[in-house]
Structure formats: C-alpha cells, structure tokens
Design a protein around this ligand. Structure first.
Ligand code: GLU
Length: 308
C-alpha cells in the first residue's frame, strides 16, 4: 500500500474510533463469566496488519482484553496441523443455528459437535490438541504458537479470569460430560475444563491479536506456522461459524472471515490483504461484539475488502 493510501486508511480508523466512542447503543458485556461482567463497556480499539508489513491502529488498541473464543482459532490450527483430516471424524464442518453453548444440538447429533467453534466443538478440539505423545500436559504449545504468531513473548493468561470462568462453567461441564459419555473426549472432564478455561483467558490487545492472525491472511512471513491449505480451511470455517448463529449476518454485512469472543474481541481476516483485530466489550444478542461488528462493516465498505 502506498504512503497516501496508508494515510487515508489511518485517517479512516481514527474517525471510526471517534464514531464508535460516541455510539449510544453499545450492547451488554458478558455476565455469565463474573470477571468479564465488570469490564467498562465504553472502550473501543482496532488494529490492522497489512500484507506489506505495516500496522495501523486507533482507539484502545493497546488495552488488553480476554480473547475467549478467539483462542479456538489457535487450538484448531494446532489440532489440524497435528491430526489433519482425521480431526473431522470427531467434529463437523457445518454451521449451527443454535447458540454457542447449546446442549440440544449435541444430543441430537450423537455427540459429534457441528463445528470447532461452538463450545462443544472447541472442547473436542482442545482434547485433540493435547492428544499426542509429545503434546505435554498443558498449554505450553498453544502459548508458544500464539506468541510466535504475534511475534510477542509477553502474551499471557489471566489466571483470575480462568478461575472465575471455571467456578461457573456449569454449561461447559455438561457439554464435556455428554461428549465423554459418547466417547468423544479422551481427557477427564475436570482437567479438560481447567485447560479450556485457561485457553479462553489468554489476554491480548488489538495490536497483538492482529499480528497473531497474519498466518491466516496468507502473509509469507507467517507461512511456517500452518500449511496454506489448512489456513484456508480455517478461514472457511470462520466465515461459516465464527460468529455462531450470527455468522450469516456477519458474512452478509462484512464479507470476510472473522472469529468473535465474548470478551468483545473479533479477529478478522482478508486473505492476501489484512489481518484485523477489533475490540469493544458490549455484545449483541448472538454474543458477538456489537460495535466491533459495526466497525468491521464500515471498514469493509470503506476499503472494498471482501472475499466475494
Ligand atoms: N469461555 C467462553 C465459554 O466457553 C467462550 C465463549 C465465547 O467467547 O464465545 O463460554
């Protein structure tokens, strides 16, 4: 991108931040995880990493937040890299029209979750990520992956958020016990849930998260993390299921893949062009960042970025 185009994009991001900061309708912060319920809803940040290597940011792009379900993208990358297509025997590749932590769908489908991004599918993916002789017994490999992808060794886990979620993870426990009863979890549920809650409690800011998404955007500098065909598959799943039962609306209005988390973050990918992280803690009815989604829609309209 030339110098003038970069300046124009930076100006747009600054204006976008100002508009989002003024917005009255901001959504509701997640209440079912006690530590997230106290986050200030008035924050907004965005960061964009371009194929040319530049990074542009605006707003609270350096403020750390809980990435929550965005972590499912990284655990999927490791599990897919390790098991390849065998992973799809345990978890599907189809969108779901139930909420992200639905129990009913799992029972109807005999214990095979619809996709790796609904909670049941993420539990299976984390189980698969750890299911190898050299996998170690915790999140060391995942943390290495995220730190390498972001090029930042300071990324860490907020243990208070993890403990707070674990204490109230009744719904995820019920999914895990059901999966285990179907033979689709190898690890003990308590151990798996401890690891899953810590994975979701990885804390990053928009700048770090946008950098960490470069391996999905197909930038040469990040190609060693995952083979390009597998990165493309993850993008396809993000487009179909990255926003839960709001994925169709996101694909329609934004036009490129994204994965949201209940901490209010979204990692979005414009293959060949950009890796984008946006954060605003208020959520819409589907559990996706309300202003984050709106900001990505405006960015997509401004730049013409779309996979269609
Ligand atoms: N840790 C959250 C849960 O499992 C993640 C959900 C999300 O971010 O969408 O409920």
């Amino acid at each position: 991108m030339g110098h003038a185009a970069l300046e124009t994009l930076q100006g747009f991001l600054v204006g976008l931040d100002a508009r989002m900061k003024r917005a009255h309708k901001r959504g509701r912060v997640a209440h079912y995880i006690p530590q997230l319920a106290s986050v200030d809803v008035h924050q907004f940040g965005i960061s964009v990493c371009l194929a040319s290597g530049e990074r542009l940011s605006a707003g609270d792009a350096a403020t750390p937040f809980s990435i929550q379900s965005i972590s499912k993208v990284f655990s999927l990358a490791i599990a897919l890299g390790r098991h390849g297509d065998r992973l799809w025997k345990r978890v599907g590749k189809e969108p779901s029209n139930y909420t992200f932590n639905s129990v009913i769908e799992l029972e109807q489908e005999g214990g095979k979750p619809r996709n790796p991004f609904v909670n049941a599918g993420a539990l299976v993916t984390t189980d698969a990520m750890l299911d190898a002789p050299d996998a170690g017994c915790g999140l060391d490999e995942l943390m290495d992956f995220v730190r390498t992808a972001a090029g930042d060794d300071r990324i860490s886990i907020d243990e208070q958020v993890a403990a707070s979620e674990y204490r109230t993870a009744y719904r995820n426990f019920s999914l895990a016990y059901f999966l285990r009863s179907c033979g689709n979890l190898h690890m003990e549920c308590e151990r798996l849930l401890q690891i899953y809650c810590r994975q979701c409690a990885i804390t990053m800011n928009c700048e770090q998260l946008a950098s960490a998404g470069r391996f999905l955007a197909g930038f040469d500098s990040a190609a060693h993390l995952l083979n390009p065909a597998q990165a493309r598959s993850i993008n396809a799943l993000m487009l179909l299921a990255g926003h839960y039962d709001g994925s169709g609306d996101f694909a329609y209005s934004v036009g490129f893949p994204g994965k949201s988390g209940v901490g209010g973050g979204i990692l979005a990918v414009v293959p060949g062009h950009a890796s984008i992280a946006v954060w605003s803690p208020g959520l819409n009815a589907f559990g996706n960042s309300l202003l984050g989604t709106r900001a990505l829609q405006e960015l997509s309209e401004f730049t013409g970025w779309s996979v269609f």
